[in-house]
Ligand binder design. Structure first.
Ligand SMILES: Nc1ncnc2c1ncn2[C@@H]1O[C@H](COP(=O)(O)OP(=O)(O)OP(=O)(O)O)[C@@H](O)[C@H]1O
Ligand SMILES: [Mg+2]
Length: 274
């Protein structure tokens, strides 16, 4: 491992296409230091979730290399059970769609699943579950079925099942999307605390207002899946031209007025022929 300001993650020239046909990431490089909080920004479909999946070792780049914790992460390396178990304990990923993440019969079992897989002692598991349950304020949901919960509640459960493993690296895909203002504020505070506790955090977001609170640095991807800019939140937020180019802000909110207010018979002229 390198000394000095240590890079926890190093991605070089990462490219990825789904089914070898749908480009999702083009030559994206990134370096994340231990304890740093990096925000991934960009329009819908630019590749944020894909990049997070690569960082989580769920998919592997077609080109380029990815190193985490000083070691190469690849399909071959993750076939090694010991390496894979160590890597998976160090990395926690909260998906954009938490439905894809919660599957146990009860919230308690959902949260205890990871620690059980790790083979921890029952008392240790119980202690950890109690701790994250309290931290996430989901004590009253613990005996319920995760699939019966609201989206915001499911998100809390998904975060609890990740934090219970105490990972060094946290990957959040649009953590505050769909949360009510109180839950959103609460989650931002939690992420801030996790950062203070020394966790390394990489998250995707569309919420520019949250950046200065929970990001040290931002990486902006373009709609053609390439790196567009990188810098401190304040720097990027001041660059209106860049924000427009990355489709992070919208200049003419009134542009749709014509469509929204047109008479039904007028739409026929412009609508697509069926
Ligand atoms: N399973 C898939 N099969 C085929 N193409 C996919 C798949 N998942 C994503 N893509 C494509 O890859 C590109 C990047 O998608 P990705 O989900 O990484 O974007 P994103 O930046 O996370 O977008 P959003 O802000 O909407 O979450 C998009 O063009 C998308 O259509
Ligand atoms: Mg996404």
């Amino acid at each position: 491992m390198r000394s000095g300001s240590e890079s926890l993650l190093i991605g070089e020239g990462l490219s990825y296409a789904y089914l070898e046909r749908f480009p999702a990431l083009e030559k994206v490089s990134l370096e994340v230091s231990r304890g740093e909080r990096l925000a991934l920004l960009g329009a819908n479909g630019c590749g944020k979730s894909t990049l997070l999946k690569i960082l989580a070792g769920l998919i592997f780049p077609d080109h380029g290399s990815y190193r985490a914790f000083g070691e190469e992460v690849s399909a071959e390396r993750l076939e090694d059970e010991q390496f894979s178990a160590a890597f998976r304990t160090r990395v926690g990923f909260v998906f954009q769609n938490t439905d894809a993440q919660v599957f146990s019969p009860t919230v308690r079992e959902e949260i205890a699943f990871g620690p059980l897989q790790l083979g921890l002692a029952p008392a240790e598991i119980e202690g950890r579950v109690a701790e994250v349950t309290q931290m996430l304020e989901i004590g009253d949901l613990i005996e319920r079925a995760p699939y019966q919960l609201s989206a915001g509640q499911k998100k809390r459960v998904a975060i609890a099942s990740v934090l219970v493993m105490s990972p060094e690296l946290l990957l959040f895909d649009e953590p505050t999307a769909g949360l009510d203002p109180r839950s959103r504020g609460w989650l931002l505070e939690l992420i801030d605390e996790l950062g203070r506790a020394g966790k390394t955090i990489v998250f995707a977001t569309h919420e520019l207002a949250e950046l200065e609170w929970i990001a040290d640095r931002c990486l902006v991807l373009s709609e053609d899946h390439r790196p567009l800019a990188e810098g401190a939140p304040a720097e990027l937020l001041a660059d209106r031209e860049l924000l427009l180019r990355a489709n992070l802000i919208h200049e003419h909110a009134h542009r749709h007025g014509a469509v929204l207010h047109s008479h039904p018979h007028e739409r026929g002229h412009h609508g697509r022929a069926g």
